[in-house]
Design a binder for this molecule. Structure first.
Ligand SMILES: [Zn+2]
Length: 242
């Protein structure tokens, strides 16, 4: 049995994996309040979820071979070097979980994790050369050449979300302006749409998709149109590199 943790810019999800199957999972969306003390919230939530999953399935820590974490941002060995969407720098999440659980814990960039999953089980299964783009709170990318995932030392996570697509454009969480993810991430769309509707942006991507994007509201639909246009611009630019 293994445990997988998906750390995102807006949520954390923990799953129990038996062979190739997810047999149990728990999810929590971050709220604004969590961001004040995000390191503690992440560690405490992950530990609570692990214990909950063990208890639900009548397991002990000894039954778990490994914990694998997928995290946004730049990862080196077992440390999150920088994840701007979570305002994290030099964060040793693996160490904190290992200390608490005694279980070997590994971490990798989330776009790479998702790309590897698509290569093994999904849409990239039959392709040797491919670019993968993950659109969530931020935007991440990964590249396969001759069937092999590129893992450059520099630009480790293909931080394509911070590729400039608009000179002097919208401000980004990284401190620059005009980044791809300031226009074409789910967070950007969420912020624009909730502002138009005058509601809190503390909503899940699922709620946005199922309740707000379908509204018969001209301003919302224009925003979706503009989001898709920026997405095309960014994808074209990324694809051009390869
Ligand atoms: Zn940026």
């Amino acid at each position: 049995m293994r445990i997988g943790i998906d750390l995102g810019g807006s949520h954390i999800e923990t799953g129990l994996i038996d062979g190739d199957k997810i047999v149990d999972q728990i999810e929590k969306n971050f709220v604004q309040e969590d961001r004040k003390n995000i390191r503690n919230v992440i560690v405490e939530t992950a530990i609570t979820m692990i214990n909950q999953i063990l208890e639900n399935n009548n397991l002990t820590k000894k039954d778990i071979e490994i914990i694998g974490i997928s995290s946004p941002g730049i990862i080196s060995k077992k440390t999150i070097i920088k994840a701007t969407n979570l305002s994290l720098e030099e964060f040793c999440l693996c160490e904190a979980l290992e200390e608490e659980t005694g279980i070997n814990t590994q971490i990798r960039n989330d776009a790479k994790c998702a790309a590897l999953a698509e290569k093994k089980y999904g849409s990239l299964k039959n392709y040797e050369d491919a670019v993968f783009v993950g659109i969530g709170t931020g935007i991440g990318g990964a590249v396969f050449l001759n069937g092999k995932l590129l893992e450059p030392d520099m630009n480790e996570g293909f931080e394509i979300g911070h590729m400039i697509i608009e000179a002097n454009g919208r401000p980004c969480s990284c401190g620059k302006r005009g980044c791809f993810e300031a226009y074409a991430s789910i967070r950007a769309l969420k912020q624009r749409v909730t502002k138009i509707l005058g509601i809190s942006s503390d909503i899940s991507g699922q709620y946005l998709r199922e309740n707000l994007l379908i509204l018969d509201n001209k301003e919302v639909q224009d925003e979706v149109e503009s989001f898709l246009n920026y997405l095309k611009i960014g994808l074209r630019k990324f694809n051009r590199y390869f």
